[in-house]
Design a protein around this ligand. Structure first.
Ligand code: AHZ
Length: 305
């Protein structure tokens, strides 16, 4: 009966509160497994704990200050700098994959170590990732150490929300003196976006923002999304197309060319190589983090006005 259900819910939430307040350390827990018991819970509490927060976040970030598209090494670095410097800005990250991090979980091919050329070691020092100094470059013992650390820093910031398993499938535009200004993003669950061709119409959702930073990587099933859309909406004539690998040329070019491509859209990381016809650098990540820093700096100029 509904009354009993309500009473049980009240009881379990009281128990959960008292259970939660009696904090036991892990060391105290060890060796006590015979008497071990979790604090009780009602299933609906779990559902509500998740959905209430998610829908609150959707509401809060429907009007964001900055949207970052793509949570690879470049996007996460940009998010870190922005979130740290401007705790007053609402920063929303949209990541197509369930697992954020892009190509930065391994150092290259399937090898673990991650190389960063100097002076990008400054970024590792900033976020507290240890490395071996090899002279002109440094080596992090596992790329996942870098990626998990930057991600934990970014996700701990109160003014940043990441919506993963969600992709940007279009850009919001507004007429402006320069022709068009990018004013936000059109989103959908990635799994829904992947089925537009075999299901009936499944309309998307939107996020308004005066500034979008796109870091969706080089061309691929999802990559280079925003710059490809700029071509199809006739804001740029054509893509230069990423060129062959040259570490020295490529990394300098990516950092140098990190910029606002059309009003309201800053592009960073490997997505840039598709516009500019720049070389790829392969498995060296200094340009990704410093392009993220520069993209953040470009964005901050807009908000510092
Ligand atoms: O899932 C993508 C990845 O996590 C995400 N993404 C792509 N399209 C998206 C869309 N909506 C939302 N439409 C989208 N998310 O963007 C992220 C891109 O991460 P990445 O690691 O591919 O790009 P990056 O520019 O941050 O780093 C590039 C790393 C590379 S590639 C490379 C080479 O090929 O030579 N070398 C380096 C260092």
């Amino acid at each position: 009966p509904p009354r009993q259900v309500a009473e049980l819910a009240t009881q379990t939430s009281k128990l959960a509160v008292s259970g939660g307040s009696k904090t036991q350390t892990i060391d105290e827990m060890m060796g006590q497994w015979d008497s071990f018991k979790f604090a009780p819970i009602r299933e609906s509490q779990v559902s509500r704990a998740m959905t209430r927060r998610y829908f609150q976040d959707l509401d809060t970030y429907a009007e964001s200050d900055i949207v970052i598209v793509g949570a690879g090494s470049c996007g996460l670095s940009a998010a870190y700098v922005l979130g740290k410097h401007r705790p007053d800005l609402k920063i929303c990250i949209i990541e197509a994959s369930v697992s954020p991090g892009g190509g930065a979980w391994l150092g290259g091919q399937l090898f673990s170590a991650m190389v960063m050329r100097k002076p990008a070691d400054a970024f590792l020092g900033e976020i507290g990732v240890p490395y071996e100094d090899e002279g002109n470059y440094v080596v992090v013992k596992h790329a996942a150490l870098f990626t998990s650390t930057i991600m934990s820093k970014v996700l701990s910031l109160p003014n940043i929300k990441m919506f993963n398993a969600t992709c940007v499938e279009d850009l919001i535009t507004r007429p402006s003196e320069e022709g068009v200004r990018i004013s936000g993003v059109v989103t959908n669950w990635t799994l829904v976006s992947m089925h537009h061709d075999d299901q009936s119409c499944m309309d998307p959702n939107t996020i308004n923002a005066p500034l979008v930073i796109s870091t969706t990587g080089h061309d691929g099933p999802m990559g280079a999304f925003c710059v490809k859309r700029l071509v199809s909406m006739q804001r740029i004539e054509k893509l230069g197309g990423m060129r062959g690998l040259d570490m020295n040329t490529a990394e300098d070019a990516i950092v140098k060319n990190t910029r606002e491509i059309v009003p309201g859209l800053i592009v960073g990381g490997m997505e840039l190589s598709e516009i500019d016809g720049a070389n790829r650098m392969g498995p060296t990540f200094g340009a990704m983090v410093l392009s993220g820093v520069k993209a953040a700096e470009e964005a901050l100029k807009v908000f510092d006005l």
